[in-house]
Design a protein around this ligand. Structure first.
Ligand code: NAP
Length: 219
């Protein structure tokens, strides 16, 4: 698949590496240091391009920039209509913010008109995402996903598996409060979850109940 990574930093860079290793064609974009961007692209066997060029050639676009840089990134990317999008961002720092009670996923989805929006890879630190990506199936870590386009979520779930994690679908962009920042009791954000316990979270969210306590894993 042709994949554009807008912001190949700690989160986007790991994802770019994992997806390139899985055989995808990655194009890296949106950097304040073009030489470093090209060097990373060379290292991963991908290419570097301006955001609009990267997006034009891509079926799937990863948006992985600081919250404050989202307007600039989207402006440079141009239309995302028809593209499957993975948004890894969290609402820390400055910039336009969701309204009271609105999820960041709903807010960002509305900033990307026509995009086949999903949110994922946002709940675990970048170091932890790197550390656990090669685990065996029994201890594999969940990457939560939400979005309003079922087919897009299917595509992204396949990439999550190829990247070394377990996809678990929490529902639509309005249903995903528990996977959004900040880290707090009653949320999955910032915590390790594995499949059996994660499925109980999905049931609880779909029934409007509090989620189970965060599991403690010994291995
Ligand atoms: N770090 C984590 O543990 C973590 C975990 C989950 C989710 N997230 C979320 O994922 C998103 C990306 O986080 P990250 O930690 O991967 O960020 P990061 O390492 O700082 O990477 C940001 C990327 O955006 C690029 N960029 C281009 N213009 C920029 C500008 N004006 N200001 C800042 N960066 C610019 C950077 O390229 P250059 O540096 O080459 O310019 C870099 O590729 C954020 O929304 C964050 O909240 C982070």
């Amino acid at each position: 698949m042709d994949i554009a990574i807008i912001g190949p930093g700690r989160i986007g860079g790991n994802l770019a590496r994992r997806l390139a290793d899985a055989g995808h064609k990655v194009t890296l974009s949106f950097s304040r240091d073009e030489a470093r961007l090209r060097a990373l692209a060379d290292e991963l066997g991908g290419s570097a391009a301006q955001p609009s060029e990267a997006v034009a050639g891509a079926e799937l676009v990863v948006i992985s920039v600081p919250w404050s840089a989202i307007p600039q990134a989207l402006d440079q990317a141009g239309s995302l209509a028809g593209k499957v999008v993975i948004d890894t961002t969290n609402q820390f720092g400055s910039g336009p913010m969701p309204a009271e009670g609105q999820t960041a996923a709903s807010f960002n989805s509305a900033r990307m008109p026509g995009a086949r929006y999903t949110k994922s890879f946002n709940t675990l630190t970048s170091a932890f995402q790197v550390e656990v990506a090669d685990r065996p199936p029994e201890t594999r870590v969940v990457q939560w996903i939400c979005g309003d386009d079922a087919d897009a979520k299917q595509v992204v779930s396949g990439l999550i598996e190829q990247a070394g994690y377990v996809p678990v679908d929490l529902g639509g962009t309005k249903d995903c409060t528990v996977m959004e920042a900040p880290r707090r009791p009653g949320a999955v954000y910032g915590e390790e979850w594995r499949l059996p316990e994660a499925l109980e979270v999905v049931t609880a969210v779909s029934e409007g109940r509090p989620i189970p306590d965060t599991p403690q894993y010994a291995d």
